[in-house]
Design a protein around this ligand. Sequence first.
Ligand code: LFR
Length: 498
Amino acid sequence: STPSTVLAFDLGASSGRAIVGRLDSEAGRITIEEIHRFSNDPVQVGNHLHWDILRLLHELKQGILQTKHLGYTNIESLAIDSWAVDFGLLAANGELLGNPYHYRDHHTDGIMSEVMDIVGREKLYALTGLQFLQFNSIFQLYALQKNNPELLDRAATFLMIPDLLRYFLTGEKHSEFTNATTTQLFNATSFTWDTELIDQLGLPAQIFLPPVASGTQVGSLRPAVCEELDVPSIPVIAVGEHDTASAVVAVPALDDDFAFLSCGTWSLLGTETEKPVLAEQALAWNFTNEGGVYGTNRLLKNIMGLWLIQECKRTWEKEGKTTSFAELVKQAEAVKPFQFFIDPDDDMFLNPAHMPKQIQQYCRDTQQTVPQTDGEIVRCIMESLALKYRFILERTEQLSGKTYRGLHIVGGGIQNELLCQFTASATQREVWAGPVEGSALGNLVVQWIALGYIANLREARKLIRNSFPVKTYHPQDEAGWQAAYAVFCQVASRSTVK
Ligand code: LFR
């Protein structure tokens, strides 16, 4: 039988890719080919940071064109996943109003406490089960209402980033479920928009569309797009359009109970549970519950992740010094261990003007030795990330009541092998790294489930396990890391361990 061929677009905060997947059902194997990769560069306009959404649409079209050029003539479907929380607003005539704001824009600084004063922290958590991050859509919308009310007044439809791009391609407006759950306006128990909450904040309830389940077809390429690209119409599927939802689909776990780390710009660490965990302790530790595909729930926490290194690299490049990611990691490897630590999740790292200086500032403020060289700064970041992973993994165990023998890591971050090794050592457990294309693979297999080629999530994970390598890392220098953990916890508690 001929393999089934589908196309995934996976958009991250720093880059996007188009990946063709082929499923050979008889052999039980998936193969993938990256056919297009592009950078995703946010643009500062005046006081605000925006996504270049039309550029992203252009890149999607390039990806579709590329399938044609490479001779993939029978694409059975395509789907998009991206980072969460951000959105575009459409006017009544269907045109996009303004450029979507980037979640790191400063317009939500200080907004969270205003909203909490109105709704109440406990109440908001009980309703939504979502961790408080200042960029959640709820706070972005509230900020817009304060600072840019004309925009909201004109809005007829709210679409998350993949909803919006999908709308550009198909002409159909739908709100996909997993992404809707990241807005903090979605009720974690009733699985619908929380209109009471929306009303209470004075936001326009009519702009939110009823959610569609992940794994359903929601249109096909509109005629104008097919004509422009000279391609046949392709069915479009709403997968787990939140990239983290798709990444966790791709965790090659064979057991029901597993812990995962989705490692990219963000590090998302947690586990799958049957139901949202809304316990007092989950609120106190600010854990999140995000909707997954096929009725799963993700209990996890956002950890600042490789953003810290990406931003240092960007800053150094601006200053005229170009060093590859791999080279920076090599420099870090040569640095003497355990000299300086940060809490990666301190607010001061969310979007500072100068990341390397910010890291030095943190070390100064907490009376530590201050890292000086690029290698020292990157070493500080990587050790601190690994130790924070341990901290969050242990809390995940306490909240879920389960213990995990090891940690699955998926996503581009596994190319940083030193970080994988640090993680095994810091957590004192095995690390199973792979696959590197987490979100894109999750995107692909949900398309195949929707098309009827794969029976369910469990089968999908088995297929992924059989098709892609997983590398095991074993803990090293347990005494050293144990001592480092104690220092890390002390330092981090002097800032605010969140
Ligand atoms: C990861 C991610 C996280 C979300 C953050 C912001 O790419 O989607 O899950 O919290 O980006 O949207």
